[in-house]
Design a protein around this ligand. Structure first.
Ligand SMILES: [Zn+2]
Length: 76
């Protein structure tokens, strides 16, 4: 009998490459809908971009993102 415990690794931002084979940058959203939520995005601008993007964080509950949003405003 083997005791194999599956340890889920902590969420971390790893390096990823998009279709351009470039390391994607990650961005933190500052919109009211998705405040503080991070996503990967192709580092090339506009029409040069391959259009790659992907969420890092799962969607926050609306009250949490609203809380972050309010804190951001207070700091300003
Ligand atoms: Zn790209």
């Amino acid at each position: 009998m083997s005791t194999s415990s599956s340890v889920s690794s902590p969420q971390q931002v790893e390096s990823r490459a998009c279709k351009c084979r470039l390391i994607v940058k990650y961005i933190t959203t500052m919109t009211r809908e998705n405040d503080g939520r991070r996503f990967f995005k192709c580092c090339l601008p506009g029409s040069l971009s391959c259009g790659y993007w992907d969420w890092i964080d799962s969607k926050l509950p609306s009250h949490v993102s609203l809380m972050i949003h309010n804190q951001t405003i207070e700091l300003d």
